[in-house]
Design a protein around this ligand. Structure first.
Ligand code: TYD
Length: 208
């Protein structure tokens, strides 16, 4: 029986998710708040091996369905080995990406559909949904501007932008569908401003 609190972080590439996760962990340590931090895909021996297969640039032949199944496989292992036992013991668990990444990237952007992604992630949807999902919202065009812009003559980079826009649209749909659980943080300001928004939102909900 779940007694702990489960918080996930989501967002497109380049929104500063890693920095925010580092800053939140520093804050929690300063406040002596115990937590367990993990990431997807990965977080266990088996899941890290699956991660290596998914992210291996040599695996360009990978079918979209295979990719989605591998994310789901890495996830269920992480749930059973680490996340569920910890939540059952009452711990605070923070995870960098979770099922919403599969819905946004594989379901919406790759076009596999939400129903397919939900069906292969049945275990997660039935047993371990986050209490809160922090969505760091920044349109990919803004994220690319921060990085110094996109090369408009580069076909791959441009198709990359379309893909990331589709991911962003997917996240926005999820945020309106799962209003109770999603906390939308506008990540347009400085990283310190974003951190303050995250901490205030978690305090308002009694998590901190
Ligand atoms: P990572 O290097 O951890 O990226 P990030 O810092 O952006 O989180 O790589 C994870 C990549 O995997 C990222 O591009 C998002 C993608 N992903 C999916 O497509 N589906 C999923 O279910 C998960 C968990 C991640």
């Amino acid at each position: 029986m779940k007694k702990g609190i489960f918080i996930t972080f989501e967002g497109c590439e380049g929104v500063g998710k890693s920095s925010q996760l580092r800053m939140l962990q520093d804050y929690l340590r300063e406040q002596n708040i115990a937590f367990y931090f993990t990431r997807e895909p990965g977080g266990t021996g088996v899941s890290e091996q699956i991660r290596a297969v998914i992210l291996d640039g040599k695996n360009s032949a990978m079918a979209d369905e295979c990719e989605a199944l591998l994310y789901a496989a890495a996830r269920v292992q992480l749930l059973k080995e680490e996340i569920e036992p910890r939540l059952n013991r009452g711990e605070l668990v923070i995870c960098d990406r979770y099922v919403d990444s599969s819905l946004a990237y594989q379901g919406y952007a790759r076009g596999l559909g939400v129903d397919y992604v939900k069906s292969i992630n049945d275990y997660a949807f039935k047993n371990v949904m986050p209490d809160y999902t922090i969505f760091l919202r920044l349109p990919p065009s803004e994220a690319f501007k921060r990085k110094g812009g996109v090369d408009g003559t580069d076909r791959v980079e441009l198709s990359g932008v379309d893909f990331h826009n589709a991911v962003f649209e997917g996240y926005n749909k999820l945020a309106s569908e799962y209003k109770d659980r999603f906390i939308v943080i506008e990540a347009t300001g400085t990283k310190y401003e974003t951190q303050q928004k995250i901490i205030s939102a978690l305090k308002e909900r009694g998590v901190l």
